[in-house]
Design a protein. Structure first.
Length: 242
């Protein structure tokens, strides 16, 4: 079952109390957009910063069921239709107003993985990406992407008395302990574990920050006749500093 082992290769490591990285969805967009100009969206499936899985491969066949939508600055939710490309699913939307647009992916209805085995489980995925369109009025309160997902992580640059910092905000699932790995542009891996609501990086650099947040929920259940004992909640985000 090579296709399954590639997706859950992190399981044996997690079960002995260490932190590893898992396969997940990644939503890629350009950070800056313009009104009335189509904004391209790409959905990949891979480990963080790894080569994307081909869409005609066994891995994508297991996780092809997902929903993709965009939230406008005024809070309007619009479903996005995808087309299959060689190594990603593509979509687009056209901004009609100034402000922040959040592209959100949810995959919450996948089959039981490793059915009949000791560690049979269900994965639940969330992925987000931000598109900024024009200058935002500082007096207006922007929407928060975490209002639209059960769990997740969001990064933004904040100004303080000691200068700017890269601030991460976490939305947890009923105050459950989670594990988060942040990969910096130079490849450094930062671990954030426990139940924190936020995390700051004061000395940040330009480039892409890749983040994967994971909650391991020990719970017994069954789905479509298959029994499982664990649910893995995985949320991903990429934040580009130009």
């Amino acid at each position: 079952m090579k296709k399954i082992s590639k997706i859950i290769g992190f399981l044996s490591v997690l079960l002995i109390g260490q932190v590893a990285l898992a396969h997940g969805y990644w939503v890629e967009t350009k950070r800056n957009g313009k009104i009335n100009q189509p904004q391209e969206v790409k959905v990949y499936f891979s480990e963080p910063n790894d080569t994307p899985e081909p869409t005609n491969g066994e891995e994508w066949a297991m996780v092809k069921d997902f929903t993709l939508y965009v939230i406008s600055p005024s809070g309007i939710k619009t479903a996005l239709t995808t087309t299959i490309k060689p190594d990603y699913y593509g979509a687009s939307f056209t901004p009609k107003e100034l402000g922040n647009y959040f592209v959100i992916l949810e995959s919450t209805d996948l089959a039981v993985m490793e059915p009949g085995k000791k560690h049979a489980f269900i994965p639940i995925f969330y992925a987000t990406s931000l598109v900024e369109v024009g200058e935002v009025d500082a007096k207006e309160k922007p929407i928060n992407v975490l209002d639209y997902v059960p769990m997740g992580v969001y990064a933004q640059i904040k100004k303080g008395r000691k200068g700017e910092s890269l601030n991460y905000t976490f939305k947890n699932k009923e105050n459950t302990k989670f594990m988060t790995t942040i990969i910096t542009p130079n490849g450094q891996r930062l671990q954030v574990n426990g139940t924190p609501e936020s995390f700051n990086i004061s000395d940040f650099e330009k480039g892409t920050y890749t983040t994967q947040m994971m909650i391991i929920e020990k719970t017994n259940g069954s789905k479509n006749g298959e029994v499982y004992n664990t649910v893995y909640h995985i949320a991903t985000s990429r934040f580009v500093i130009e």
